[in-house]
Design a protein around this ligand. Structure first.
Ligand code: PAF
Length: 299
């Protein structure tokens, strides 16, 4: 993997077109950005990840590659977004394979630091009330931790474009909101969820599932698909049909199933909506969502 070199300008690099440069520290990254400056009108994109890259991340990287002259992928398991009883130490770490994926998909720079903050930051981004809903209700402080690292990484990478997966719908809404409210000069782009052939939304946490739990977890995507199939019949029918699918799977413990606005996650009963689900399968918490259109309510 190449390190910071002499100055050349950013150039579109086709997927598989050579070695990305690897930055293992903030200073490395700064050096690389200095030696690979953008020319006028060129764009830089960032894809932020916690590693354990799968086909969903590849899709994000490809979407970013297609729109940017220079592509940075960050790999950092962010301690700030894990609660005291969450899985920070057992979070999968697969750096060598991740570096290969980034190279294959055409990243120019990989930022994989051991630490981002010298010490836990005393000043943090507060997600506000949106951060207390849904995932935030079960994971207090999670989105403050996410937004604090996302803000830091946006400052360090200075991209025009930042790509995030739609699977983490609440994260996407909050990142968009932070970028707007705090005037980051970055466009946030949402990328569709990638699913395994059996329907399971790809997630690094799927690696925790036993074969039996994997089968049980399929109830989430099945419930969403059933919900979409009855969207024309309105919100109550959607929730009932999807809820029945979840209720018939004893191997999962549902946290929420709800319809919410894709813009601000407020509850919706008509128009564009997200059907969102979260459930525990064994000790693994899984989330999924799907977009649908609900009819106007009669009367
Ligand atoms: O979606 C993730 O993997 C993380 O929440 C992110 C955006 C990389 C921040 O740590």
């Amino acid at each position: 993997m190449a390190k910071a070199g002499t100055t050349t300008s950013a150039r579109p690099r086709p997927p598989g077109g050579g070695e990305p440069a690897l930055a293992r520290s903030r200073a490395d990254l700064e050096g690389l950005l200095h030696s690979l400056p953008l020319e006028h009108n060129q764009t830089r994109a960032v894809v932020m990840t916690m590693g354990a890259l799968h086909a969903g991340h590849s899709e994000l990287i490809r979407a970013a590659r297609a729109r940017a002259d220079q592509l940075i992928v960050t790999i950092f398991v962010n301690p700030l977004q894990f609660g005291p009883r969450e899985d920070l130490s057992r979070y999968p770490r697969t750096l060598d394979a991740d570096l290969e994926t980034c190279a294959r998909e055409g990243a120019d720079i990989i930022f994989a630091p051991a630490i981002v903050h010298e010490a836990p930051p005393a000043v943090r981004v507060c997600a506000g009330p949106l951060g207390d809903l849904l995932e935030g209700a079960s994971r207090p402080g999670h989105f403050d931790g996410v937004l604090t690292i996302v803000a830091t990484l946006l400052h360090l990478t200075r991209p025009q474009l930042a790509f995030f997966g739609k699977k983490d719908a609440q994260q996407l809404v909050l990142v968009r909101r932070m970028v707007r409210d705090l005037a980051f000069p970055t466009e946030v782009v949402g990328v569709s969820t990638v699913r395994a052939p059996d329907g399971l939304a790809l997630s690094s946490r799927n690696s925790y599932l036993t074969t039996h739990q994997h089968q049980a977890a399929l109830a989430l995507s099945r419930a969403l698909a059933v919900g979409v199939s009855v969207a024309d019949e309105g919100a109550d029918v959607v929730l009932e049909a999807a809820g029945n699918v979840l209720a018939s799977e004893p191997g999962i413990d549902v946290d929420y199933l709800t319809l919410a606005s894709p813009d601000d996650l407020t509850p919706v009963r008509t128009g564009q909506a997200l059907l969102l689900v979260a459930a525990r399968v064994g000790t693994t918490r899984l989330i999924d969502n799907i977009e649908l259109t609900l009819p106007e309510e009669a009367g």
